[in-house]
Write a protein that binds this ligand. Sequence first.
Ligand SMILES: C[S@@+](CC[C@H](N)C(=O)[O-])C[C@H]1O[C@@H](n2cnc3c(N)ncnc32)[C@H](O)[C@@H]1O
Ligand SMILES: [Zn+2]
Length: 363
Amino acid sequence: MFSATLSRLRCPKCRGGLKLPPGAEASTADILSGALDCPKCRTAYPILAGVAVLVEPVEEYLCAHAKGISKLVKDSEIPKQYRRAYQEALQEMREMGPDHIEEDLESDRVNALYLMNHYIATRDLDFAGPDPMIREWVAKVWDKGPLEEVAMRVAEIDVPGLSVVEQGCGVGGLARRIFQKKGDGRSYLGVDSSFASIALARHLNLGAPYGAKIQYPADLIEGVVSKAFPKILPLGTTDVDFVVGDLSVMPVQVGSWDVAVSMNAIDMLENPNDMPKSQAKLLKPKGIAIQTGPYIWHPEVAKNLRAQFPKAASDSATMVKELYLENGFELAESRDQIPWLFFKHHRQIELYSVHLLVMKKKG
Ligand SMILES: C[S@@+](CC[C@H](N)C(=O)[O-])C[C@H]1O[C@@H](n2cnc3c(N)ncnc32)[C@H](O)[C@@H]1O
Ligand SMILES: [Zn+2]
């Protein structure tokens, strides 16, 4: 992490300010190791391979995300008090062998799909493989997805020194698009619970060292990922950063952001109302919340939502809009049917229809 990011961060446990590792205060270089200490509750949050892990309890996080962490971090770099539990969790994972869980956000395969979606443009159509049918769909909708729609809207917000926080930022492609459209004087902080995604976001946008291969899928006979990911030039700014955190317990300042973005994450929450509630807390009065989603609800979550908001139960877009209205927002824009295409390999693509909401926090 960059020392400039510190003023934005808060302890997720007690909301106190955090302290950089000794000697790092005056440096503009990326801080790759050490810990962020909370003087108030005395929790130490490790920085591993440049990624600040701002989740509590730390040990539980390190064990649950051991797969992503172990690709970039040596066992000896894991803080001593957590090392044993971490190594046991890792061992258990290795014994289970390679998995095929679609949603495993610490796996190379899932991150590769997001990497392509976030960083590769249609002009690099080579990735799409030989099938003209797949190439046609890629050419038609690949560059018109939610990332582009959201980046366009953020670029249009004319506030000097605009500050943007993103919850569930994944591999960080939105930051890049925002800064390429209009970066001067703006700042951005991305938060996600996946260690692998945050490490990739920091590497590709900020040039943080990355000690593993980055590949994407092609013909699966060659392996789940087999093609080298193209080199991406870092943005060359310390106004952008990414940290590990939980979007229900955001490790950042509240009441101080101009824009809060969340893309395609609300339907992963046990309680989707946490998203507008959290965005309302993060934003300044009159701040803008941008939310997109394909609304693939877990049946239990859908049932609870319908019971809580019977009047809004007609469809997902109305339901989510209602959640925002309930949390002190007014509607600025609602747009539906944004195509979100995933290239899974030479013989499979996946198309989602995404809803986008722009909401303004009441002043
Ligand atoms: C479907 S992916 C979308 C990623 C990215 N926003 C995009 O649209 O391409 C959902 C993201 O939310 C993150 N996520 C899910 N639950 C989370 C939580 N409780 N706290 C932080 N991040 C979370 C996942 O790790 C993942 O990166
Ligand atoms: Zn604390």
